[in-house]
Write a protein that binds this ligand. Structure first.
Ligand code: SF4
Length: 190
């Protein structure tokens, strides 16, 4: 279905019952940020705090993400948009199943069509494998820019994974700095 506006899309998404995650969610976590942003960040799905608050990346992992964003002049309230592959929390924070991802991805596709980002940053394996390549390996390919159609994709570590394994934090920071350089190179106004 084609949506004419973000509000129309959001209204439809907030009542979605296409997959069984609707039975265990508190609410749909649609996304947050500037709907006209040139940069879109995509994670895998809401966790417990996100499910309760209705906003992506608001727990400890979200605070870490906000720090990295701040270092390179990005801000979810101003110049980026943040969404997830699945909009409802998988129980016990398990990985979203392939079928759930497939049923939910149309919402992200519709968001992407309306936002029309120039760069999409995939946060973690699930998002990178869904949007960049099925065999994407974050530890090996993080920070690489890959052109697909009109959009430049980059995969990096999920902030929750960085909390579990802080040794990868310097690599993640380099990815964000590479993003900053790419934004300058493409003359993207942020
Ligand atoms: S996860 Fe996506 S497809 Fe499943 S109910 Fe939620 S919004 Fe709908």
């Amino acid at each position: 279905m084609k949506y004419e506006s973000f509000d129309e899309l959001k209204r439809a998404c907030l009542i979605c019952e296409k997959c069984s995650l609707c039975k265990t969610r508190t609410q749909v976590v649609f996304g947050v940020g500037n709907e006209n942003a040139d940069i879109l960040f995509v994670g895998e799905g809401p966790g417990e705090t996100e499910d309760l608050q209705g906003e992506p990346f608001v727990g400890r992992a979200g605070q870490l993400l906000d720090k990295y964003l701040q270092v390179i002049g990005l801000d979810r309230k101003k110049n980026i948009y943040i969404a997830n592959i699945v909009k409802c929390r998988p129980p016990q924070n398990r990985d979203p199943q392939a079928e759930e991802q497939e049923l939910c991805i149309d919402w992200l596709r519709a968001q992407t069509r309306l936002i029309r980002p120039k760069i999409i940053v995939c946060l973690g394996r699930i998002a990178a494998q869904k949007l960049i390549a099925e065999d994407f390996r974050v530890t090996k390919q993080h920070g690489e820019f890959i052109q697909k159609g009109n959009i430049l994709f980059m995969g990096t570590f999920h902030p929750a994974a960085l909390l579990r394994n802080p040794l990868n934090k310097p690599d993640a920071l380099s990815d964000f700095q590479a993003l900053r350089e790419k934004i300058k190179e493409l003359n993207i106004q942020i």
